[in-house]
Write a protein that binds this ligand. Structure first.
Ligand code: AHR
Length: 503
């Protein structure tokens, strides 16, 4: 029988890279109740002067989200951005084809930029490369980023926004490899439109960064050829390639489910290899970075969504109620990003409010935190600095789809400025606590601040508006003695061990 004990060495000289804060980004799509009934509900008692819910703003601020992708998602591929600007009473109602709802356009680009400022985030804007293309995209960036003196920039000013929004990060379409996408394209067709749209957008504002679509998930038949062809064509215009992936525990096999971050790791490694192959082919000095701009657990709501009648306004679509095991997998996915801090420079938990989201709301009622809120919040708050490479020795197991699954996943972030070290750990063992010893050799004078843990006896426990069954607590038994930390990682637990140099 495998001895259940792990040990780790952490040294401030074993560095992966500085963490780009944008890996803690998220996503708001015009889908379900993400916008209407989520961030925006003018007749809610907590609504501010623009109709945004202040209770939701406060919860988003707790997550410290640096960047929010908008307005889609599948929705963007048939979206006319012009519908969402100017006087609200003149904005058209449209059939929203991706999710088969009615879009009222009460919220559009300017309102969303305002909301993003209120929560302290940047905007990552997507352009429609499904039904539209170069012309709509270059007009939109002229509207948002050009100061004044032209048709589109002066139109923005006439809408009450004297200063440009200066949106720096742009997605060239969404999931264009997917047959479900309006305006779905082959890799060649997409590569060409991405290249030409990117070129025109950078003519308008050369300071922007562009994200090209990669594959919608690892199961796509065109993965990773789609990335290779797209980059081969648009290498010089784009800065990032996007990755999307959602997981679910459909076969109710927790050991296998908790191992799924290994698939994410494999996905990331394959996309890095593909980018670097094209880099070599082009004899280029430039590296393409990864934007994992849709990731999460998504499966709980699949059956309920099939019953939703089409053509209503803001129906409860994709409202997954997350349980404790989902929070553990989310923790492991965040650890995976930190392990790839040298190449994954942006990411977006999909999504942020109501739609496969850490934050839920009731229409006219309360707002509350799902289980997955907590690992996301901990990583976003404490995971800023330099990602270190832990030398970890941990027993392994085999599951249905994976071999050599480490029982413990870990990442560590050293914040030189604040003189803080944070160690993130997931113990995936379903029955036993895992003792761990950590050799903190180069962190002299560091003291233990706290060991936060997320634990629950029931992997299926969920949070509701009435009861936070899954919430962080402190593990008071962890000890630091002469550079050696000893802790018990509770069975199936998310752990955040925080240290600080107080000298
Ligand atoms: O996030 C929900 C949907 O998942 C997005 O609209 C789409 O891009 C992806 O398939």
């Amino acid at each position: 029988m495998t001895k259940l004990k792990s040990n780790m060495i952490l040294d401030k000289n074993y560095q992966i890279a500085k963490v780009d804060d944008r890996i803690y980004g998220s996503f708001i799509e015009h889908l379900g109740r993400a916008v209407y009934g989520g961030i925006y509900e003018p007749d809610h008692p907590e609504a501010d002067e623009q109709g945004f819910r202040k209770d939701v703003i406060e919860l988003v601020k707790e997550l410290n989200v640096p960047i929010v992708r908008y307005p889609g998602g599948n929705m963007v591929s048939a979206y006319n951005w012009e519908d969402g600007v100017g006087p609200k009473h003149e904005r058209p109602r449209r059939l929203e084809l991706a999710w088969r709802t009615i879009e009222t356009n009460e919220v559009g680009t300017n309102e969303f930029v305002d909301w993003a400022k209120k929560v302290g985030s940047e905007v990552m804007m997507a352009v429609n490369l499904g039904t539209r293309g170069i012309d709509a995209a270059r007009n939109l960036i002229e509207y948002t980023n050009h100061p004044s003196g032209t048709y589109w920039s002066d139109l923005r000013r006439s809408h009450g926004y004297e200063q440009p929004h200066n949106i720096k990060t742009w997605c060239l379409g969404n999931e264009m490899d997917g047959p479900w996408q309006i305006g779905h394209k082959t890799a060649y067709e997409y590569g060409r439109i991405a290249q030409e749209t990117g070129k025109a957008m950078k003519q308008v504002d050369p300071t922007i960064e562009l994200v090209a679509c990669g594959s919608s998930n690892t199961g796509m038949p065109t993965f990773p050829e789609y990335e290779a062809t797209t980059l081969d064509i648009a290498y010089d215009q784009v800065d990032f390639i996007s990755l999307h992936q959602y997981y679910g525990n459909r076969s109710n096999d927790p050991a296998n489910y908790l191992a799924k971050s290994m698939d994410m790791d494999h996905f990331i490694n394959t996309v890095i290899a593909t980018c670097d192959y094209i880099k070599a082919k082009h004899r280029s000095k430039k590296s393409i970075y990864l934007s994992f701009d849709e990731w999460n657990v998504w499966y709980h709501s699949n059956d309920a969504d099939k019953k939703i009648e089409p053509w209503s306004i803001a129906p409860p679509q994709l409202e997954d109620h997350y349980n404790f095991e989902d929070a553990l997998l989310v923790g492991s996915m965040l650890i995976t990003f930190l392990q790839h801090a040298d190449r994954v420079k942006m990411a977006a938990m999909a999504q942020l409010v109501n739609v496969i989201a850490p934050i839920m709301t009731e229409n006219k009622g309360r707002a509350w935190k799902q289980t997955i809120f907590y690992p996301y919040m901990h990583a976003s708050i404490y995971g800023r600095g330099i990602s270190l490479k832990p030398i970890l020795n941990t027993p392994k197991y085999d599951s249905q789809d994976f071999t050599d699954v480490p029982y413990v996943d870990s990442a560590a972030v050293y914040n030189e400025e604040n003189q803080e070290l944070t160690i993130f750990l997931v113990n995936k063992h379903l029955e036993s606590a895992m003792p761990i010893e950590i050799d903190l050799r180069s962190f002299d004078n560091y003291q233990l601040v706290e060991h936060i843990e997320l634990v629950h006896d029931d992997l299926k426990a969920v949070n509701t508006a009435d009861h936070q069954a899954v919430a962080p607590q402190l593990n008071k038994d962890t000890k630091l003695d002469n550079g050696h930390l000893t802790a018990q990682l509770a069975k199936t637990s998310w752990n955040v061990i925080r240290l600080k140099n107080n000298n």
